[in-house]
Write a new protein. Structure first.
Length: 157
């Protein structure tokens, strides 16, 4: 009986065919948030490297130095972690097998970018932070190339 009602409702009110290229509505995924977080981590790395150690014996200056350094480190680590989370969501939720066919090194690209997030988080390396920015730019280019293709990957009717 339930099947008859269901069939009658479907016949009376047919649902239009819908299409989506990803798990969420368009506009939900964008590598910009990863780039912004990575830029903040890069900026903090530069600030840490530029900090001048105060003269020994100047307790007030030493306290200010350690306070500033710890704040820069906390921000750098937080932002590198945010960049990693944003990349991982993009990797696992937006990109589909069809994208991997077009970009066979996609998994390696994301894996290396995630590793650079970790390296930027735990170290103070201008080289790692800059390499992270380059990796995110590469991902940005891949993302927009796939997004602008206007290819349908899922069809539900």
């Amino acid at each position: 009986m339930l099947n008859k009602i269901k069939s009658a409702v479907k016949a009376t009110f047919p649902a239009p065919e819908v299409q989506a290229h990803c798990d969420g509505p368009c506009g939900v995924y964008d590598p910009a948030s990863a780039r912004i977080a990575a830029e903040a981590a890069l900026s903090m790395t530069k600030k840490i490297l530029a900090l001048e150690t105060p003269a020994p014996g100047n307790k007030e200056a030493m306290v200010a130095y350690h306070n500033t350094l710890s704040r820069y480190v906390a921000i750098k680590e937080e932002q590198a972690h945010i960049a990693k989370e944003e990349l991982l969501v993009l990797w696992t939720d937006y990109f589909k097998p069809q994208h991997l066919e077009a970009y066979p090194d996609l998994h390696d690209t994301f894996w290396k970018a995630a590793k650079l997030c970790s390296a930027t988080k735990v170290g103070v390396s201008l080289e790692d932070a800059t390499a992270l920015m380059d990796a995110i730019e590469n991902i940005h280019n891949i993302f927009w190339a796939t997004k602008n293709r206007d290819v349908t990957y899922y069809t539900a009717s």
